[in-house]
Structure formats: structure tokens, C-alpha cells
Design a protein around this ligand. Structure first.
Ligand code: IVH
Length: 706
């Protein structure tokens, strides 16, 4: 296992503080201390550290909260009854020893309630006369944090219990315990959104969920109110919206009760039935069984099927079902004697390291990666894992041919942990970092002395860098050229149709005719196929995309969508950007010294300027038009677009809304004005319905436009 060194921990704390401070300045004071690139760099370093050492990822980490201060305090609340923890069993023997003790104390082994151990965040919810009075995190078991305000934002948590019956009347006071969790599907969707926005992904559902629950929504609202410029307000609003959307993804499963006034149930399973009847979410996987063999079967079943459950589980819990017997067994100061948690072993598997190869990225960075005998770990099949850089390979001590331990860091990113030393035969060999680029043969070198990364300096014509740049250029965050996927990029270069991105927009059907990828055989003749038609059509469309997309497409180091949008907004013209001195560029909001220098350096290179000239000659628009002063009936409204619309593409719909003064957001919240739904909508449509947000189809949207 990788050990966290003191140096890593200190660096983590330093980065976390830097980021928290920068966020406060940015969101609250609207006086950024870091440029976007510097912020992104610090943030990526923090994410990388946490991926390497998941134990560093605390709930207070800036990676686990949206914006604003990460370690904001909540008011303390004292639980009515102490929230105990659970004792753990790590083997069948441990479970047997627990059962033997229960049997000895009670004379026989009573019925056991078998449940899943949900990997989430424990909460305590008090209902008074059926009305939710408070919700608190577990805290130290006696005093937790007051998250009542957030409970109202989680649709899965009823604010009012209903459906009391004669057998199960709603008690005057009941304290319900459960686990708040982020379902795996919601975790994936959240991370997909993070990716789409170019943000770091969350390490695991537990952290993402805990961070979601512990957001200070009131502070986000204050940020909106306190913002002093429209830009700061827009950022604060977007953040508030995302924070609300994140909370709305959470679910609850009830797994116990504390204080219960009035008629008490006889068993825990009966308590669940009563709670379920009043509208509380109870797991439908819990089973009451007789005898230890049946309990073991339950444990084994979910050991096999732990990835088939809709949320993460880290074990199974056995509880004595009858409440009177629970009382007789009692508790230690830490945990009840009437329950035990069986923890499933962490998923580390062994597989053979077949090879270590190196990849060359868009900016020339050369990264070694492990190629392994494919193996299933934590729910998916893995055959490759990054090794980051040459010193990381040395630090892990792995040799090609080794059997290695493989795990998923934070259960998401596959990571080679280290070699199984006992399995060595002597036939293994050490990895040698190449001195020359595997794709173009150019000698590799670090960009500056002391860098851990080495790069291929042949940016102009290294096939790997060209391929990655071409592919990037067509991606959704850049020029969004549908026909320009990875394979198309490979074919364009391999068949010599372009020598670099400069020639892209001058491509003709005659050019594509020369490539097998872009043609098909019809009656013995090769004619253009659908790939070709789509590419030509989409290249044409891309010539009139907004300037910021062109900027991103140029692959200027550090220039991502945020910086590009600021530059386009302020300067409007690529020639103006090219000729603006770096000091002036750095003054543009969201652009700091690093980005400004990088832009100036980029335009100082002859072949870079040639690309721009070739694009200009091919009709690519390099300037944004003057702002359209047309009517803005959608001013102040926020739209979410989901599913495939019958005639408009997602981009066209977005641009139409923006042109009319509206905003388009990626997630639905109570503040969303309209959700525009097309075919095959995702969970956003359901969410809109749940929140009572008005749903439109494309025709409805068109009717709102000027
Ligand atoms: S019973 C006194 N049941 O695991 C009984 N806890 O490691 C205490 N947990 O703090 C809780 N699933 O947050 C119980 N089915 C389940 C559970 C569960 C998850 C959590 C709970 C507890 C922690 C102890």
C-alpha cells in the first residue's frame, strides 16, 4: 500500500488552504487572487494527491464542496439518544464469536435482522407529531451538526409523516436514524457533469455525498446577495444552483430508531414497517432470518453482488431483531452488543503486469502506463492504469512481468499498488523510460529543470500530439465538430489528408475520397461514406462558431473554456488578442499572468500563426460579431435542456436561449424556470417534475423566443 508521507499531508493542507482562500476571494470578495490557470493547477494537484492517497480526502476538502468556504460550521445539535457505532467483524470466525456471545447471554440465538451496511453519512432525524423538527449529522455520537435546512432540499426525506394506522399511529416524538447516500447512478451523473464542465471528478460516492449534505446553502445565497458585480453574481448564482442540484441527488435509507414516545414496536423489523408506512425510505433488502447459517448466506450473497446494489456498501449488518432482547444485551460505550458489522474486504486484486508503455499527450507530456492482464475490480474490468511518470514507476517498485496488486483508488481510478514480491521468478525486467519519443523519435526532455514530467518537444509534427490536438479541436468543449472523432483524426493524418490542423477547414470531398475511412465500395467504386459527409458538413458549420471555441481549439497551453470566454468577451477578435501585450491580457477578468504569457508565446511561433492564416483563408470566423441588441424576453430566466430535440441541436437551443437573454444550466433546481425536454431525456426531466418546474418541448421553447 502507498503510505502517505508527512510531506504529502503538509502539501495537501497547503493546497486546501490556498484553494479555500482563493474561492473566498473569488466568490465573496470578487477580487481573485489566483488566475484561473493557477487555480486549476492547484486544484488538479490536490485531486491527484487525493487520488494517490484517498485517506487524505476529508469531508472538508475543497474537492468535496462546490464553492465558497469548505469547512464551514453548522450549529451543534444534541441527539435525544446517543448514536452508537458498530463493532466490526472481518471474518466468519468473528461473526461466529459474536453470535456465540449473544447465544450465551440470551440462552439461544434469536431471530436476526440482516441488512446492508450503506457507505454514506449517518443522520438523526427528529419528527414531532409527524413534522420534521431537526436533522443532524452523527458528529461524535452525542452532538452532531444541524443540517435541517438542507433536509428540505432532499426530495427523499419527508417533511411530514403521513399514513398513521391503529397498529402504527404516528408517535408524538420519534427519532429516526439512517444513512444519507449518493446512489451510484447519481454519482456517475454528477461526475459526468464535472467532466463536461472541465472540473475535477469526485473521488467516491461517499465523499461526494457527504460534501453535498454539508454544503452551507445559506452562505451560497448570501454570496449571491453580496456579489458586487454582475459577473460575481452570475458565478455565485451558478454555484448556488449547482449546490442545490447536488443536494437534490441524495437519498436516505433508515436503519434504526432512537427515542420513540408512545406505542413502541416489538421488533426492529416491525419498526421499519411502521416507518415505511409513514413515508420514510426503508431498504427492501433487509431480511429476518433464523440461525447463523442463513445470516452467513445473506453476507455471502451481497459479498458476491455488492456491485449490483444501487449504492455503495462496505459490509453487512446483523442485528438482534427483538427490541426487548436488544435491551437485555445492552451496549458498550461505543457500540451495541446486539449488532455486528461484517466488513467486506477492500477490493485489491492481483494480475500480471504485461508491459509498461508510454503515451504522448496533446501538449507532449510523456506518461508511462501499465498494461495488465484484464481483471475485474470493484465492479469493472481494468486493463490499463496510469503510472504518472518515471519516478512513480521506481517508487512503486514494479517490474514488467510482475504479478501486481491492483485496486481502485477511491473505488474509481485503477491504481497499481505494488508488486507481489513472493511471485517473482527472476524473469521480470525493469522499465526503462524512453529517451526518445515513441511516435516521432525526437529526444525527450523536461520542460524545465527539475520537472517530474518529460515531454516530446516536437509539437509541430509529432503524430501523437497532432492526433490529440486534432481530436481535441473537434471535441464538445472546443469547436464541437461531430464528424471529427478519434478515428477520423487518426485517418486524416495517417492518409496524409492534412499535415496539421491548419489544413482542416480546406478539406474537400476529393481529399476525403483518397481515404478508406471516409469511403465505401458501391458497385466496385469507392464513394464518400456517411463519415465524410458528416465531417464536411460539420466543418462548414464550425467555421462560424463563436471566437472562444476557436481559442480553445488552438490548443494554447492553459487556455480552457473559462479563459477563452473571458478573452472573447473582452477583446472579440483573434487578431486583437494576438497583438495585445501580455500585461494587458493579464488584466482581463479570469486571465492571469500565466495564461497571458502562454498566449503571447503561442502567437510568437511562426507555424502557429500559419495555422490561424490557413483557417482565416478557409473562412473560419475569427471574431465575434457586435452584441445583438435584439429583444431579450428571457432575461432573468434559467433553462435546462435535456434529451434530443426534434430540430434544434443542443448548441443551437442554447445559443437561442442566450441570445434572448436567458441562461442555460446543466442541472435542475427549484430556481430553474423551464426544463426543455426532448427524446430520451435523463433524470433531469424526472427531477423537474419532482420539483414542480415547468416542462416544455421544443415547440414550447420556440414559442418563447422573439
Ligand atoms: S446500525 C446502534 N445499520 O455504519 C446501531 N448502521 O460503522 C448503529 N451504517 O454509524 C447503526 N448501514 O452510520 C446501522 N444498516 C445499517 C447501517 C449502519 C450503515 C453506518 C452507521 C453507523 C456506522 C457504523
Amino acid at each position: 500500500m502507498t503510505d502517505v508521507r508527512a510531506g504529502d499531508r503538509a502539501r495537501w493542507a497547503e493546497l486546501a488552504e490556498l484553494i479555500d482562500d482563493a474561492r473566498r476571494r473569488y466568490y465573496v470578495d470578487d477580487s481573485p487572487t489566483l488566475s484561473d490557470a493557477e487555480y486549476d493547477e492547484a486544484y488538479s494537484e490536490l485531486v491527484a494527491l487525493e487520488q494517490r492517497f484517498p485517506e487524505l480526502t476529508s469531508m472538508d476538502s475543497p474537492t468535496q464542496s462546490v464553492g465558497g468556504q469548505a469547512s464551514e460550521q453548522f450549529a451543534p445539535v444534541e441527539h435525544l439518544q446517543r448514536m452508537l457505532s458498530l463493532d466490526n467483524a472481518f471474518s466468519a470466525d468473528d461473526v461466529e464469536a459474536w453470535a456465540a456471545r449473544v447465544e450465551k447471554d440470551l440462552g439461544s440465538l434469536p431471530a436476526l435482522l440482516c441488512e446492508l451496511k450503506v457507505d454514506g453519512l449517518a443522520v438523526d432525524i427528529v419528527f414531532e407529531n409527524g413534522r420534521l423538527r431537526s436533522m443532524a449529522t452523527r458528529g461524535d455520537g452525542r452532538v452532531g451538526e444541524d443540517v435541517t435546512a438542507n433536509s428540505t432540499l432532499i426530495p427523499a426525506i419527508p417533511q411530514q409523516l403521513t399514513g398513521g394506522t391503529k397498529a402504527h399511529p404516528i408517535p408524538p416524538l420519534v427519532e429516526v436514524r439512517g444513512e444519507v447516500y449518493l446512489p451510484l447512478a447519481e454519482f456517475d451523473a454528477l461526475n459526468a457533469e464535472q467532466r463536461e464542465m472541465g472540473l475535477a471528478e469526485f473521488a467516491n460516492p461517499r465523499n461526494a455525498g457527504a460534501g453535498s449534505l454539508r454544503q452551507r446553502i445559506d452562505r451560497r445565497r448570501e454570496d449571491v446577495a453580496a456579489a458586487r458585480t454582475p459577473a460575481a453574481q452570475a458565478r455565485a448564482e451558478a454555484d448556488l444552483e449547482r449546490a442545490l442540484a447536488r443536494i437534490g441527488r441524495l437519498r436516505l435509507v433508515v436503519h434504526g430508531v432512537g427515542e420513540w414516545q408512545g406505542h413502541e414496536p416489538a421488533t426492529q423489523s416491525e419498526a421499519y414497517a411502521a416507518l415505511a408506512g409513514w413515508g420514510l425510505p426503508v431498504s427492501d433488502r433487509a431480511r429476518v432470518v433464523e440461525g447463523l447459517a442463513a445470516a452467513r448466506e445473506f453476507i455471502d450473497f451481497y459479498g458476491e453482488h455488492r456491485h449490483d446494489v444501487e449504492h455503495e456498501i462496505d459490509g453487512a449488518v446483523l442485528k438482534v431483531d427483538e427490541l426487548a432482547l436488544q435491551g437485555r444485551l445492552g451496549s458498550t460505550s461505543r457500540a451495541p452488543r446486539w449488532a455486528i458489522a461484517y466488513k467486506y474486504p477492500p477490493e485489491v486484486v492481483r494480475t500480471r503486469l504485461l508491459d509498461i508503455r508510454v503515451g504522448v499527450g496533446r501538449t507532449g507530456r510523456v506518461t508511462p502506463f501499465a498494461v495488465m492482464q484484464p481483471i475485474k475490480v470493484a465492479g469493472s474490468t481494468v486493463e490499463m492504469a496510469t503510472l504518472h511518470n518515471a519516478s512513480e514507476v521506481v517508487r512503486k517498485g514494479v517490474l514488467i512481468g510482475d504479478i501486481v496488486f491492483l485496486r481502485k483508488a477511491g473505488d474509481v481510478i485503477p491504481e497499481v499498488v505494488g508488486p507481489v514480491l513472493e511471485a517473482r521468478t527472476g524473469d521480470e525486467r525493469a522499465f526503462v523510460m524512453p529517451t526518445h519519443c515513441p511516435e516521432c523519435g525526437t529526444e525527450l526532455a523536461p520542460e524545465k529543470e527539475g520537472d517530474a514530467d518529460i515531454r516530446c518537444p516536437n509539437q509541430r509534427s509529432c503524430p501523437a500530439q497532432l492526433r490529440e490536438r486534432l481530436f481535441h479541436l473537434g471535441s464538445r468543449g472546443a469547436l464541437d465538430i461531430e464528424g471529427l472523432g478519434y478515428q477520423a483524426a487518426v485517418a486524416l493524418l495517417a492518409d496524409g489528408l492534412v499535415v496539421d490542423e491548419g489544413g482542416l477547414f480546406a478539406l474537400t470531398s476529393d481529399d476525403l475520397q483518397r481515404s478508406e475511412f471516409f469511403t465505401k465500395a458501391v458497385k466496385g467504386e469507392r464513394v464518400l461514406n456517411a463519415n465524410a459527409t458528416k465531417l464536411l458538413e460539420q466543418l462548414q458549420v464550425a467555421t462560424s462558431r463563436p471566437l472562444w471555441r476557436v481559442l480553445v481549439a488552438l490548443s494554447i497551453r492553459h487556455v480552457g473554456p473559462t479563459a477563452a470566454q473571458s478573452l472573447a468577451r473582452e477583446l472579440r477578435d483573434l487578431d486583437v488578442i494576438a497583438s495585445t501585450p501580455p500585461e494587458q491580457l493579464a488584466a482581463v477578468e479570469g486571465v492571469g499572468g500565466i495564461i497571458a504569457d502562454s498566449i503571447s508565446e503561442w502567437f510568437a511561433v511562426d507555424w502557429h500563426r500559419e495555422i490561424v492564416e490557413q483557417w482565416r483563408a478557409a473562412g473560419v470566423s475569427l471574431a465575434d460579431e457586435e452584441v445583438d441588441e435584439g429583444p431579450r424576453p428571457l432575461e432573468g430566466m434559467t433553462f435546462v435542456i435535456t434529451g434530443t430535440l426534434p430540430t434544434l441541436s443542443r448548441d443551437q437551443a442554447t445559443e437561442a436561449v442566450q441570445k434572448a437573454g436567458g441562461k442555460v444550466s446543466g442541472s435542475v433546481s427549484k430556481k430553474t424556470s423551464y426544463v426543455v425536454v426532448g427524446e430520451n431525456p435523463g433524470s433531469k426531466a424526472e427531477k423537474a417534475e419532482a420539483l414542480g418546474v415547468t416542462i416544455l418541448d421544443e415547440a414550447g421553447l420556440l414559442a418563447l423566443l422573439p
